[in-house]
Design a protein around this ligand. Structure first.
Ligand code: BGP
Length: 480
C-alpha cells in the first residue's frame, strides 16, 4: 500500500495570540487574562495577580513580538512550505473590555494585514476565535464564563470578525481545548472563573457545578456562532478544538479499565460529543447527578447546541498517560494534567510522555466515533535548545519527534481516517502556556528571547526547519 497523505493536505504550524503577539497594550488593546499571569517554570507554578505589578515579569506582555515581526515570520513559514497557519485573534484587541458596543478599528486592521500577508504567500489561515484568553474586564465584572452574559459578548465579537474577514478566512475554530474547562487549569485559562483570585494558576478551587455551568455557556455560544456562520457564510468551515490526552488503563484489572473509560469520557469525549453530535451524551446525566451538577438552562439552549454542530474535528496531541486504581502507581506531569507513568514510553524534560503510536490510535478512535474530517492542530515537543557558536541549533530530538508523529499520522490515513491537516505547535518559539517559559521551546525557528525578559527577538532557523521543509515538499512521503 502506498504510504502517502491525500493531495491538498494542509501542512503548517499553530500559534496563539496571547503567547506570541506581544504588544499587549498597543493600538488600543485591552489587558486579557494572560496579561495577569506571571512567568513560572517546571518547578514553580505561574501566579495570577489581580493588578498588574510593573515590577514583575508577565511574559505574555511581549511574547515574541509577532505584532511587529509578522511579515518576516510568515515569510519564514512560507519558506518551510506551509499552506496553513493556525493563529488566534486576540478578543481584547477587537473588544478591549469585551462588553462594549463598538470594536477597536486598529485591532481589526492588524489582522487584515496578517491575513493579507498569508494570502500573498498562499497560506490558508486557520483561526481560533478564543485561545486561552478573554478581556480581563470580563473576569473582573462577570467572573468569566460563569456568567451567561458572556454568550452575547462572544457572539458580537465573532459576528464582527466574521464579517470583517469573510473574504480572507474560511477555516475557524471556536474554543481552544474547550475540554480543559473540566479542570482547575482550564478554569483559569479557558473559562476565566478567577474573579478576584490571586495565586497559582492551577490552584483555583472550582466545583464541578461551576466548571460545567461555564462549559454549558461555551457550548451554547459555540453552537450559536457556528449556526450563524453556516447561515450567513456558507463557504465557512467551522471546527471544535479539544486537548486529547489519550490514556491507557494502567493494568488489565477491569477496575482500571473502567476507571480509564471514565477518564476518557471526562477528558476526551464529553465536549466533542456535545459539539460534534449536538447533544449532551447519555453518560453525562449520571455524572452530573452524582457530582451535584444542576445546569441552569434557557429553553433554547439545547436547540442552539443541536443546530450548531461542527464541520470538522480538531485536537491537540502531545503525549499519553495511564489511569488506574492501585495505590502503587507512579505519577508524572503532562499537558494540563498529571497522569500515570507508562514504563514503555520516554518523556520530554517536562515529563510529557512521547507516544507516536498513541496518535495513530487516537486518530482511529476519534474517526470511528465521529466520521467527520479531522485535523491535528497542535503537536510538538518542548525542549531546551542550544545555539552553537556559529548560530546553529541542532535539534535532532525535535526532528525525531516530528518524523515519528508524521509517520503515525500516515499510518492512520492508510487505516482509513479522513485526516485533512497537521499544524505543528509553535513553529516559532513562543511563551509556554503552562509554565510561562521561553526556554521550553517548540519552534523550527529559534527566537532570541529569554525567561528574564531579555533578548533581541532575532529569528534563527533550527535544523528542524529544513527537516519539516523536506517533509512538506514530499507531502509526508520522505521521512528519512
Ligand atoms: C496546548 C495549548 C497551547 C500550548 C501547548 C503547549 O495545551 O493549546 O496554547 O501552549 O499546549 O503547552 P505548553 O505551552 O504548556 O508547553
Amino acid at each position: 500500500m502506498e504510504k502517502k497523505f491525500p493531495d491538498g493536505f494542509f501542512w503548517g504550524g499553530a500559534t496563539a495570540a496571547n503567547q506570541f503577539e506581544g504588544a499587549w497594550d498597543v493600538d488600543g488593546r485591552g489587558p486579557s487574562v494572560d496579561d495577569h499571569v506571571m512567568g513560572g517554570s517546571f518547578e514553580k507554578p505561574r501566579e495570577i495577580t489581580v493588578d498588574i505589578d510593573p515590577n514583575k515579569l508577565y511574559p505574555n506582555h511581549d511574547g515574541i513580538d509577532f505584532y511587529h515581526h509578522y511579515a518576516e515570520d510568515i515569510a519564514l513559514f512560507a519558506e518551510m512550505g506551509f499552506n496553513m497557519f493556525r493563529m488566534s485573534i486576540s478578543w481584547s484587541r477587537i473588544f478591549p473590555m469585551g462588553d462594549e458596543d463598538e470594536p477597536n478599528e486598529a485591532g481589526l486592521a492588524f489582522y487584515d494585514k496578517v491575513f493579507d500577508c498569508c494570502r500573498e504567500h498562499g497560506i490558508e489561515p486557520l483561526v481560533t476565535l478564543s485561545h486561552y484568553e478573554m478581556p480581563y474586564h470580563l473576569v473582573e465584572k462577570y467572573n468569566g464564563w460563569a456568567s451567561r452574559e458572556l454568550i452575547g459578548f462572544f457572539e458580537r465579537y465573532c459576528r464582527t470578525v466574521f464579517e470583517r474577514y469573510k473574504d480572507k478566512v474560511t477555516y475557524w475554530l471556536t474554543f481552544n481545548e474547550i475540554n480543559t474547562g473540566t479542570s482547575a487549569m482550564g478554569a483559569t485559562l479557558s473559562t476565566g472563573l478567577i474573579q478576584g483570585y490571586e495565586g497559582p494558576m492551577s490552584g483555583i478551587e472550582v466545583t464541578p457545578q461551576q466548571c460545567y455551568q461555564a462549559l454549558h455557556h461555551q457550548f451554547v455560544a459555540s453552537g450559536r456562532v457556528v449556526r450563524y456562520a453556516h447561515e450567513h457564510y456558507p463557504q465557512f468551515k467551522m471546527g471544535n478544538m479539544d486537548c486529547f490526552i489519550l490514556s491507557y488503563a494502567a493494568t488489565c484489572d477491569p477496575a482500571d479499565v473502567w476507571a480509564n473509560e471514565q477518564e476518557m469520557r471526562r477528558m476526551n469525549w464529553f465536549c466533542s460529543d456535545v459539539q460534534v453530535r449536538g447533544a449532551y451524551p447519555s453518560y453525562a446525566w449520571r455524572y452530573f447527578e452524582e457530582n451535584g451538577v444542576k445546569l441552569a438552562m434557557e429553553p433554547s439552549d439545547l436547540e442552539d447546541i443541536k443546530k450548531g454542530t461542527v464541520d470538522f474535528y480538531t485536537f491537540s496531541y502531545y503525549m499519553s498517560s495511564t489511569v488506574g486504581t492501585h495505590d502503587d502507581m507512579e505519577m508524572t506531569q503532562g499537558n494540563m494534567t498529571f497522569g500515570g507513568k507508562n514504563p514503555y514510553l520516554e518523556s520530554t524534560d517536562w515529563g510529557w510522555q512521547i507516544d507516536p503510536t498513541g496518535l495513530r490510535y487516537s486518530l482511529n478512535l476519534i474517526y470511528d466515533r465521529y466520521q467527520i474530517p479531522l485535523m491535528v492542530v497542535e503537536n510538538g515537543m518542548g525542549a531546551k535548545d542550544e545555539v552553537t557558536a556559529d548560530g546553529k541549533i541542532h535539534d535532532t530530538y525535535r526532528i525525531d519527534y516530528l518524523k515519528k508523529h508524521v509517520a503515525a499520522m500516515r499510518e492512520a490515513v492508510m487505516d482509513g481516517v479522513d485526516l485533512i491537516g497537521y499544524t505543528w505547535w509553535g513553529p516559532i518559539d513562543l511563551v509556554s502556556a503552562g509554565t510561562g517559559e521561553m526556554r521550553k521551546r517548540y519552534g523550527f525557528i529559534y527566537v532570541d528571547k529569554h525567561d528574564d525578559g531579555t533578548g533581541t527577538y532575532q529569528r534563527l532557523k533550527k535544523d528542524s526547519f529544513y527537516a519539516y521543509q523536506k517533509i512538506i515538499a514530499s507531502n509526508g512521503a520522505d521521512l528519512d
